[in-house]
Design a protein around this ligand. Sequence first.
Ligand SMILES: C[S@@+](CC[C@H](N)C(=O)[O-])C[C@H]1O[C@@H](n2cnc3c(N)ncnc32)[C@H](O)[C@@H]1O
Length: 336
Amino acid sequence: MTTTVAAPVTPERIMQFAWGYVPPLVLEAAIKHRVFDVLDAGPKTLAEVAKATKASERGLAAIMNALVGLEFLAKDSQGLYSLTPESSAFLVSTKPAFQGGLIRHCSEHLIPKWLGLNEIVATGEPAAAVNDEKVGADFFQKFVVDIFPMSYPAAQALARHLRLKPAARVLDLAAGSGVWGIALAQGSDGVRVTAVDWPEVIPVTRKTAAKFKLDGRFAFVEGDLLKADFGAGHDVATLGHILHSEGPERSRALLAKTFRALAPGGTIAIAEFLVNAERTGPVSGLFFAVNMLVNTASGGTYSFEEIAGWLKEAGFVQARTLEAPGPSPLILATKP
Ligand SMILES: C[S@@+](CC[C@H](N)C(=O)[O-])C[C@H]1O[C@@H](n2cnc3c(N)ncnc32)[C@H](O)[C@@H]1O
């Protein structure tokens, strides 16, 4: 007979989480003070980084050593700091895969709202709802540019998968930077994109499309998603990171409206932070649901099964996932 002895429980994780706000804030300070950008030119001493960034040696020593502890920087026996493969790829602001966009908003936009979480849980009401145009439009003007690199590889994977014919028409809903339409237009010459977003955000979409020399292939529609004219006969519709802020009721109405705007045989592609059907993981999707509690009136995160049910209800068939770089696979479905 074997006896199993339960591992002793320790408070270690709780102690670790007590400092959970440190990594994003230290990363933000390092990005704001260009630590990763400066080290991209090669290893440097603390004094050299201080001279190049004009930040204090005391401040830089504290955050750079913390970044060594977090393995975002390396330090040799001579005290020279250098980038790691991860920080070199994703934390240098000039690199195409720069992921600091979200981090850049921590202290100004994200954490201040999260500080009200105790009260928000008590009432179920957000401090300020970004799904409301008056609050959200100003925030999204800046935010959508910063999150472009998060979705660009997934949008390129979608373009490779769809292999659109040259005359194809794409409807990019809640376009933001236009990242989904841009990747699909780059994927096939002649593809035309209709981008829909709030009037305050459309100038950002226009500017980003122009940066990629694609503005001539874009049409822009300003307005609320449930009121704007989507047109008809589109071959593809993309909904990039919008359902989570809309909540179930508006999401279902949006999917039904999108169905009507597609041509028969058309494809809908949805990017979301998914959770499993039991809502026990992955933890990133569960965290994002709390973020939606804090920042929206009725938003949350959903499972593939839930979204597939809404798609079926709207008339779509063959709801399926497409593996793509990013937190979750994309969800695709077809208008019969
Ligand atoms: C999280 S961003 C996603 C942008 C882009 N699709 C992407 O994946 O990077 C959400 C976008 O939806 C837009 N948006 C949110 N609610 C909207 C509404 N009710 N009507 C129109 N646009 C809306 C915001 O302005 C923002 O551009």
